[in-house]
Write a protein that binds this ligand. Structure first.
Ligand SMILES: Cc1cc2nc3c(=O)[nH]c(=O)nc-3n(C[C@H](O)[C@H](O)[C@H](O)COP(=O)(O)O)c2cc1C
Length: 158
């Protein structure tokens, strides 16, 4: 019998992660983005990473449409930003400070780092789609990460 979804969520929540906001854009340049922790480094040569995006997310179609996305790694004082981008749809970018990166997706201000990608492959992942991104540009600043563990936001040392 398959595991109950709430139990799966509970168990997976024991794996502590950082928190990202993955941004993408529509063909006409409208920014989209969602909070995500299903993100991992895949390969150094070529430089590849993956993210897993819910097919029901409003941002979902724009990954394929634009073929670009950017992973924004959140800092420990960006819980509010994480919560904002974890709500589906709406004017998420209103009042949020960001610039447009070389790939046309948003790079949010105040993050620990950003990784700009070109979509290089997509793989089926049940109710999600796995997007493999080839890294084009990336950068970091000093700071501490926002963490997610057992369904709650944490900081290092909590
Ligand atoms: C800590 C955290 C991690 C999340 N990780 C993911 C993820 O990896 N992939 C995903 O599709 N949704 C993830 N979500 C849920 C999305 O952020 C949420 O469904 C969001 O509303 C989607 O926005 P959109 O519909 O405007 O695109 C996560 C939410 C939180 C709070």
């Amino acid at each position: 019998m398959p595991i109950d979804r709430n139990e799966l969520r509970r168990v997976m929540g024991h794996f502590a992660t950082g928190v990202t906001v993955i941004t993408t854009r529509s063909k006409d340049g409208q920014p989209y983005g969602l909070t995500a922790n299903a993100f991992t480094s895949v390969s150094l040569d070529p430089p590849l990473l993956l993210v897993s995006v819910d097919k029901k997310a409003e941002s979902y179609p724009y990954f394929e449409e634009s073929k670009v996305f950017t992973v924004n790694i959140l800092a420990d004082d960006q819980e509010a930003l994480s919560r904002r981008f974890a709500v589906s749809g709406g004017p998420k970018f209103e009042g949020v400070a960001y610039r447009i990166g070389a790939n046309g997706a948003a790079i949010l201000d105040g993050t620990l780092g950003y990784i700009e990608c070109k979509l290089s492959a997509t793989y089926p992942g049940g109710d999600h789609t796995i997007y493999l991104g080839e890294v084009q540009e990336a950068g970091t600043v000093e700071g501490k990460p926002l963490l997610f563990f057992r369904g709650g936001y944490r900081a290092i040392g909590d």
